[in-house]
Design a protein around this ligand. Structure first.
Ligand code: BGC
Length: 757
């Protein structure tokens, strides 16, 4: 009897995600599913792209017909509340069971009000601002009919050749996890209002570890590395209650993530307790045939069995699962489970109560791209910029006099929003020139000259300027274009060189093997430097670039990434010192491509370099370049300076589950108010497996007035010492530890202690 009961309980648990938590939802969905045919269940698992929908005739389009037949569970990347209402109407009035559709979109860093690209946002180290950006994105998207976003993207990336590094939060699992939580919270809230949308954490898993930084390439790593260094941000999103997960294109352990039962079921649901649904990436199931796992029927069955619930675009589920069921390759329980999870998401979003919950035309007219949202975007953007160098006080600029803006990105609007800004009207963004002029005011003369084409290679320039983000092409000889710029600089007090990557040089399918600023722009930079004028390089990029030469020769460098709709104004704010820069890098910037992967939390190896040396034979190093980065993880300057006192620990020998207090006195030793990100790192000196030379374990972004000092404390518990050991057990170990604190991962104050169980 008892066994039977336990078995029943287990069965209940196995067939449903959230049912144990919400009996009302469970009963509603069970009731609905009793009425569904097999075809209608498979329809719920189908997520096509928007296709050929025309307002007014939504029902007559190919997609419309499929919706009426109950063959569609949701749609994605449709922009406009009017269209979405029209399509939803087809679903709830003309399909047999009137099941509402879920509407998704890649709302990655803002909707129409675009925030900086995610890699830039991560450099703010400001969780409130990051959460606010997600909340505004959700409120604008939901005002336009969207209830589900394919964000946050939390793939750890240590290889800047990979263009999608732009979409994530950098190289560190701890920082990435904090951001994952903040984003999920910002998007979803508690689903209490129609301005909360469902998040989808992606790309699960390890997509950022593509070999050679080549997009979609093979990934392979040890479980220990996976658990400690790559998986935590996905888990953090799950812990924060993310409603959905997207499986990645790459393979893990020789099995594409989309058919990987270990990832999608054992780990995600079994170990982490994920209750939502799993959607594939775009044609992720079909691509498994190219991976070499079999025909569409085979790979579709594999995906379902591994734990995929919804099939994006490929229609493998829709067209083959019935046959697989008839042939006994899959079970009806597996289909029911997937269908239930998709229906639960719709229930949680409130779509069964009101299918038009997110279709409020009034909100669409008044709550998108508002003054208030743009103001927040401007503030956030200026907090993401990273001041990489400022020699001789070039920055901040003084008002009055003449500023010469030079460079192909100096007066370009359409590249300001960066990659993945699908809902944006690029032409609404403000360019650096516009922003600078407005912030400078009438007493400052601001002139502009292009100076060079984006690069010498026209075909490359076209590839770098796709998706309506043209970089233009000046037919004149390069020398003539540069000459014109040099003339414009003649009586200038300062040169602002606006150079770097274009928006589409990073993002999906935008890998690079060379991380220099394109050659035509480098040559321009050299020519500008020869004028001997004070100069600032305003660097646009979606990834760390190799700027060793620039760092050695240009007096001031402000990295502005792609700052979103308000990028130009925000750049103006920072250049003129109305905002003091406070961004810190979330990635290491290498000297050259050959050093990649270069990351701060590496292992010591058995042959580390002796302190203070950059080369020694039979040590782990290169013959031709030191192991140092140009800029370390966590690095970024301010217009003021911060000094750190010695690190004080509340104890040097701790036992058991106590709290250690680590305190450092931070002083704003400059003449301006400013914000500093105080970073806490820990090193475990002896472990059962090798441990990183340091790991970020905490940070605080603090504001100090000029001259002000403050004690900054971190409370450290054994929880902060835990890691996955060789048996993949999450625990901490007795032994010696070094605690470090400072303004970046290189320049740190440290203290040692022993901590025993
Ligand atoms: C990308 C995803 C994205 C999806 C839907 C894919 O190509 O890898 O990040 O969410 O398309 O647009």
């Amino acid at each position: 009897m008892r066994k039977k009961f336990l078995f029943l309980l287990l069965l209940l648990w196995a067939v449903s995600g959230l049912q144990a938590q919400d009996p009302k939802m469970n009963a509603f969905i069970s009731d609905l599913m009793k009425k569904m045919t097999l075809e209608e269940k498979l329809g719920q698992l189908n997520l096509p792209g928007a296709g050929d929908i025309v307002t007014g005739q939504a029902g007559n389009s190919d997609i419309g017909k499929k919706i009426k037949e109950g063959k569609v569970g949701g749609l994605f990347n449709i922009k406009s509340v009017v269209k979405i209402r029209a399509v939803q109407k087809v679903a709830v009035e003309e399909s047999r069971l009137k099941i509402p559709l879920i509407f998704g979109m890649d709302v990655i860093h803002g909707y129409e009000t675009v925030f900086p690209i995610p890699l830039a946002l991560s450099c703010s180290w400001d969780m409130q601002e990051i959460e606010a950006s997600a909340r505004i994105a959700a409120s604008e998207a939901s005002a336009d009919g969207i209830c589900w976003t394919f964000s946050p993207m939390v793939d750890i990336a240590r290889d800047p050749r990979w263009g999608r590094i732009a979409e994530g939060n950098g190289e560190d699992a701890y920082l990435g996890s904090q951001i994952a939580k903040a984003m999920v919270k910002g998007y979803q809230g508690n689903f209490s209002s129609n301005s909360n949308i469902m998040a989808c954490v992606k790309h699960y898993a390890l997509y950022g570890a593509a070999e050679g930084g080549r997009d979609y390439n093979t990934t392979d790593m040890s479980r220990v590395r996976m658990y400690n260094e790559y998986l935590p941000p996905y888990k953090a999103a799950v812990d924060a209650g993310v409603g959905s997960v997207m499986s990645s294109f790459n393979e893990v352990d020789g099995v594409p993530a989309t058919a990987n039962k270990f990832l999608l079921t054992d780990l995600l649901r079994g170990q982490w307790g994920f209750k939502g649904f799993v959607v594939t990436d775009y044609t992720g199931i079909n691509e498994m045939s190219e991976h070499g796992l079999g025909d569409l029927q085979t790979v579709s069955a594999l995906a379902l069995k591994a734990g995929v619930d919804m099939d994006m675009v490929g229609e493998g589920f829709l067209t083959t699962l019935k046959k697989s069921l008839d042939e006994g390759r899959i079970t009806i329980g597996q289909i029911d489970n997937a269908c239930r999870l998709v229906l639960e998401a719709k229930y949680i979003l409130g779509l069964f109560d009101n299918p038009y919950k997110y279709c409020d035309e009034k909100r669409a007219a008044t709550e998108i791209y508002t003054e208030a949202n743009r103001k927040t975007a401007r503030q956030i953007a200026s907090d993401c910029f990273v001041l990489l160098k400022n020699q001789g006080g070039v920055l901040p600029l003084k008002r009055g006099g003449k500023v010469a803006v030079v460079g192909p990105l100096g007066d370009n609007k359409v590249n300001m929003t960066g990659t993945w800004s699908v809902a944006a009207d690029f032409s609404k963004a403000n360019s650096l020139l516009e922003g600078l002029k407005a912030v400078a005011g009438a007493n400052t003369k601001v002139v502009y000259a292009r100076g060079s084409n984006f690069d010498y290679d026209k075909a490359f320039v076209e590839r770098a300027g796709i998706f309506g983000k043209s970089l233009g092409w000046d037919q004149r000889q390069p020398a003539e274009i540069t000459e014109e710029a040099l003339n414009s600089c003649k009586d200038a007090d300062v040169i602002v060189a606006a150079l770097g990557e274009s928006a589409e040089m990073s993002g999906e399918s935008s890998s690079r093997s060379n991380l220099d600023i394109p050659k035509a722009q480098e040559d321009l930079l050299e020519a500008l430097l020869k004028t001997g004028k004070p100069m600032v390089l305003v660097l646009f990029t979606g990834r760390p670039l190799t700027v060793k030469w620039e760092n050695e020769h240009v007096p001031a460098i402000l990295n502005v990434w792609f700052g979103g709709s308000e990028a130009g104004s925000a750049i103006g704010d920072v250049l003129f010192g109305d905002t003091n820069p406070s961004g810190k890098l979330s990635t290491t910037w290498p000297q050259n491509v050959g050093q990649i992967p270069l990351y701060y939390n590496h292992k010591n190896t058995g042959r580390p370099l002796p302190e203070g040396q950059w080369f020694q034979k039979f040590r782990s190093n290169y013959l031709d370049v030191s192991n140092d980065p140009v800029y370390p993880f966590g690095y970024g300057l301010s217009y003021t300076s911060f000094t750190y006192g010695d690190l004080k620990l509340s104890s040097n020998a701790i036992k058991g589950n106590q709290t250690l207090k680590a305190t450092v006195t931070l002083t704003n030793s400059g003449s301006r108010d400013g914000k500093e990100v105080v970073q806490l790192y820990i090193r475990q000196l002896v472990g059962s497996i090798t441990r990183p030379v340091k790991e970020l374990k905490g940070f605080q972004k603090v504001f100090l007035k000029a001259g002000e000092s403050r004690d900054i404390s971190f409370n450290i518990t054994p929880e902060d010492l835990k890691f996955y050991n060789g048996d993949l057990k999450y625990d901490w170990e007795s032994g010696d530890y070094i605690i470090m604190a400072g303004g970046n991962s290189r320049d740190l104050k440290s203290a040692k202690l022993s901590w025993s169980k």
